[in-house]
Design a protein. Structure first.
Length: 476
């Protein structure tokens, strides 16, 4: 499979094309120091065979922001070095930190914007990024990633919504690129031009008057001209359309742009791959061959392999899918796709992040801080002989099945007519309701009980439902 071929990124070679993008865990305390729980989370990704591990956003400045990792002072280097050493001792995975600067937000809903920064403030940010990258190198990371996506400072300057009116202003794309251009230059000077450097930015902002792929192709070319070693594409996650919850700081993933950044179950799979393909094709047309990564519901191995094999991107980013099952890469490589703990995109992890609580997966055993270790020797639960029942009502199909001894969750699969079945939900009860059905069609269902480790067992029998055409179509 193409996704398991190594890839050279600047001075490092990743063993495969699978990346875990930065996901805030809140496993540290407010002092921002690496904890054992932090180390355990990233060692699991390494043990599972992820090629490139991007550690959650690390603040380059010392401001109050809850349990967020820091790289803003040399005192953080020992903890970060312990993290990189443990990962490197586990596998040949490469590990880079995502380094980040963010503007102030308040529980009232107020937020600092790019035009509130003085030129002296901007100069300090440039220096802080360079210092953070130097610390990353000293801590033993294989490279560093600049966070210029979503609602954060570099992204706010890059945005078409940038309200500044000076040389860093949003009236021109050159003005919007000026800050990140200066940051890259400073990082290269302080961390060395041989230190691999990536940039994550939005392929589209998904806000009113925000930039689209028309601009992101130009931004990508400029980053390539500046010599970055890889480009990681995300989307949305902006403050401009965030919904404020009284008493809480504004969460940039609460509006539509946030849904595009962390798409739920109702949004299509691989929804950003086409945009990323446009960016990569434009780069190649301009003579640039910098590797491009993209994320967004790509945890189906068929989708992941397709976007790489067809040359749409070079690296596939899988965030929530690898959170649910860090062993995803090794299971795919060994042909054990049927044993993958599949993310159902319930976004409980997103909700935990939004309230600054420890981020875990709803598919893990209750109270677990880490994904349970996979053990093929542990028997998986089996459904009793009682048949799965499916009953049609006016607007939905109701499923019921017997409880399987030892089952912690149940995966629900659906196929329309003779199509391929897709896992559409994971539940902890023995019933489920499907309201996404159309009269006049045939649907097939089966369920799979899952052990506490999340490993699915054998499928149930298949229940088939022929829905009658609705009454309003009687004459159609």
């Amino acid at each position: 499979m193409k996704m398991f071929e190594p890839l050279k990124i600047g001075g490092m070679t990743i063993p495969n094309r699978i990346m875990v993008p930065a996901m805030v865990t809140h496993l540290c305390k407010e002092d921002g120091v690496v904890t054992q729980d932090t180390i355990d989370r990233y060692v699991r990704y390494a043990a599972g065979g992820t090629g490139l591990i991007v550690v959650e956003a690390m603040a380059i400045h010392q401001v109050k922001s809850g349990p967020l990792l820091r790289i803003s002072d040399d005192k953080y280097i020992p903890g970060l070095r312990d993290l990189t050493q443990k990962v490197h001792a586990t596998s040949d995975s490469k590990i880079v930190p995502q380094i980040i600067h963010f503007l102030k937000v308040a529980r009232t809903g107020w937020r600092q914007t790019a035009d509130m920064l003085s030129v002296a403030d901007i100069d300090l940010i440039v220096e802080q990024f360079g210092d953070a990258a130097r610390r990353a190198r000293e801590a033993g990371f294989d490279g560093a990633e600049l966070h210029s996506a979503h609602a954060y400072t570099l992204s706010s300057f890059l945005s078409r919504a940038n309200p500044r009116a000076d040389e860093y202003g949003g009236a021109s794309i050159e003005g919007r690129l000026r800050l990140i251009g200066r940051v890259i230059e400073n990082v290269r000077r302080k961390a060395g031009r041989d230190f691999p450097l990536g940039v994550r930015f939005n392929a589209e902002e998904f806000i009113k008057n925000g930039y689209t792929v028309v601009d992101s192709t130009r931004i990508a070319v400029r980053l390539a001209e500046l010599g970055v070693d890889y480009i990681s594409l995300s989307a949305g996650g902006k403050f401009e359309d965030a919904v404020h919850t009284p008493g809480q700081v504004l969460f940039p993933y609460s509006g539509y742009s946030g849904d595009r950044c962390m798409p739920g179950e109702w949004l299509p799979r691989g929804l950003h791959a086409g945009i990323a393909a446009e960016v990569k094709a434009h780069l190649v047309s301009k003579g640039h061959h910098v590797p491009v990564a993209v994320a967004g519901k790509l945890d189906d191995p068929r989708d992941a392999e397709r976007v790489i094999a067809e040359g749409m991107v070079d690296i596939v980013g899988i965030a929530r899918g690898l959170l649910a099952d860090p062993d995803w890469p090794v299971k795919v490589r060994q042909g054990q796709v049927d044993r993958i703990v599949q993310c159902d995109y319930c976004n409980v992890c997103k909700a935990l992040d939004g309230t600054h609580r420890m981020v875990n997966c709803a598919l893990w055993p209750q109270g677990a801080n880490q994904a349970p270790k996979d053990d093929p020797a542990v028997p998986v639960p089996q459904l009793a002989e009682t048949r799965l029942t499916a009953v049609a009502t006016d607007a939905r199909i109701e499923l019921k099945w017997s409880k399987a001894p030892g089952a912690a969750t149940y995966q629900v699969y659906r196929a329309e007519a003779q199509g391929d079945p897709q896992m559409i939900d994971a539940v902890k009860v023995t019933f489920w309701s499907d309201s996404d059905v159309l009269g006049g069609n045939t649907y097939r269902y089966f369920v799979r009980p899952c052990a506490a480790t999340g490993t699915p067992g054998a499928r149930s029998d298949t229940a088939t439902v022929d829905l009658p055409r609705p009454s309003y179509m009687a004459t159609a």
